[in-house]
Design a protein. Sequence first.
Length: 331
Amino acid sequence: MTRLLVTGGAGFIGANFVHQVLESTDDVVTVLDSLSYAGNRASLPDDGPRFRFVRGSVADPALLDDLVPRHDAVVHFAAESHNDNSLLDPSPFIDTNIVGTFELLQAVRHHDVRYHHISTDEVYGDLELDDPARFTETTPYNPSSPYSASKAGSDLLVRAWVRSFGVRATISNCSNNYGPYQHVEKFIPRQITNLIDGVRPRLYGAGLNVRDWIHVRDHNLAVLRILEAGTIGETYLIGADGELNNVTVIRLILELMGNDPDDFDHVTDRPGHDMRYAIDASRLRAELGWAPVYPDFRAGLAATIAWYRDNEAWWRPMKDQTEAKYARTGQ
Ligand code: NAD
Ligand code: TDX
């Protein structure tokens, strides 16, 4: 039995992680989450013998000094996670992603607690559509947006704390996740919930940008594997060979929801929009024996659509304010 402290556990990937841990292990979980606009207590179970929820910030050193030493490992999901928001106001991205990670590293350092850092493929910048290369653990960092720059900064802090202070940390950089409990500001849930509301999907620019989709449960299975068998100080890239451009994804959502696949609108492009992300996950596969359990994107997307249809009470309270924000940028 391991005592896990999961930061950002009321968000999309963290909440799925908590459910997977409670289902498949006998670990005990504490979630530390500030319940920002992106956090939802309803994504998590009620408090009980194996689960406890603590509302607070990862940038609060006194709270961390109390919580961290009661745990065997910290899994750090908490972040400001949306590129579009980082273009409107970068400030919380610096506070949570950089200062928050710094405070957490200081706490795990002082209490000698194992640490796993959740990061993103966006730290590597983007690839041309016809580039034969994919991102690997040695690709140089080259972030484009305030979001990806703040994640890159936090990754570099982790590497320095490993080397300078001997912190027992691993890092994973994953590609775009999809699945249940994802905020309706993100591409796939936004289009699904728009269609439920009879609104046409919104594609940024020409829609030729490529994302490397992975089911959230496969991301979390990789994280569990790294916690179990990863080498301290190492970085692992997580991806499931799921490259698709945005127009293909929108057309598939339309088709699966019984609409004409051409029934969508092109809207203002994202400034600085990364063209393509692509992950080479060979190290994770070869060294840790991980492979995706949910590789069928069409089936995963159909299940995700069904989840949003069945869980309107979960997403409805966030929908209007999210769309009001997009209306202000013409998106
Ligand atoms: P999310 O926005 O859905 O959830 C983030 C959670 O962090 C929320 O519950 C929020 O309340 C919490 N939080 C924010 N600031 C906090 C603070 N100061 N203290 C404590 N909690 C705070 O994000 P997500 O999509 O679940 O992403 C989780 C992690 O995975 C992030 O680190 C993100 O960079 C990374 N990641 C995401 C993806 C993706 O496709 N979504 C891909 C690769 C990596
Ligand atoms: O309405 C939309 N229309 C559209 O065309 C939205 C919201 C997005 N898009 C495009 C932009 C991207 O090319 O879809 C693609 C995916 O957009 P997002 O869901 O905002 O994800 P992205 O910017 O790729 O970043 C995601 O993956 C990497 C997560 O939000 C990050 O947290 C993660 O690090």
